[in-house]
Design a protein around this ligand. Structure first.
Ligand code: 2KA
Ligand code: SF4
Ligand code: MG
Length: 234
């Protein structure tokens, strides 16, 4: 069996703060992988997949896993965030990255952000600290059969390593989240406002916060957007 020893990368950056979700505010290094099989209407990282708006050959490069681990060792922190795009499109390469990371002696927490539409498999599940799974709602304008894969959601829920981060625009989106959470047993739930402008993020979060609390969920802002706007590599 050939090991996949490289990953198609959009950007490597850090130190920064994990801007979103259960680890918000923690110092982190981010690995943004290229490629996504969805095309969400409000996607904040279209440079990873949208060939109509971006020259992907300039936006991505094939990086040896060994070089990525070398880079990680040069940047301080104890959290590695793997995001995209959709990282699980490169599951084999990710397995190799995690294996190499551990064998190099790095005991960092590793958080993988995913849309929850591709099953992670047992090897990767064992190797990561947590998955931050972000199933897409109707406002993503993706067909339901593409954005919601019940079998995959159940696999993540059963892994014991999933936290769920839903992107919401308005409080009525929370009804859609509640249906999914009940139907598939998704917990714990984090709600994040959609937006790539700090004022929009804050306005939406203000409207969402009380309904989120009332439902027993957790709010998250987008710290990197509040701090630096939609700058690349922050
Ligand atoms: N600081 C920082 N944290 C992040 N967490 C998730 C990000 C993303 O773009 O998916 C992101 C990002 O782009 N920047
Ligand atoms: S799943 Fe994520 S990366 Fe893919 S199109 Fe949707 S928001 Fe963008
Ligand atoms: Mg993201």
């Amino acid at each position: 069996m050939n090991a996949v020893t490289s990953l198609l990368v959009n950007e490597l950056f850090g130190p920064t703060f994990q801007g979103e979700g259960p680890s918000q505010g923690r110092r982190a290094r981010l690995i943004r992988l290229s490629g996504c099989h969805l095309a969400c209407a409000w996607c904040d990282t279209p440079q990873t997949w949208d060939t109509r708006r971006f020259d992907l050959s300039a936006e991505r490069r094939q990086c040896d896993v060994a070089d990525i681990v070398d880079w990680l060792t040069t940047v301080p922190g104890d959290l590695v965030v793997i995001t995209g795009g959709e990282p699980l499109l490169q599951r084999k390469g990710l397995e190799h990255l995690l294996d190499h990371l551990r064998s190099t002696g790095l005991d960092d927490e590793v958080e993988v952000e995913t849309s929850g539409t591709i099953a992670p498999g047992p090897v990767l599940t064992d190797a990561v600290t947590r998955f931050v799974v972000s199933p897409k709602l109707a406002h993503s304008a993706q067909p339901e059969r593409k954005r919601l894969r019940p079998d995959v959601l159940r696999t993540f829920a059963a892994s014991g390593k999933a936290t769920w981060k839903f992107v919401a625009q308005v409080p009525s989106d929370l009804d859609e989240v509640a249906v999914l959470a009940d139907r598939h047993g998704l917990a714990p739930v984090w709600i994040m406002p959609e937006g790539i402008d700090g004022d929009v993020v804050v306005q939406r979060l203000r409207l969402l916060a009380d309904p989120v609390l009332a439902r027993g969920w957790n709010p998250t802002s987008r710290l990197h957007i509040l701090l630096w706007g939609n700058a690349r590599g922050r």
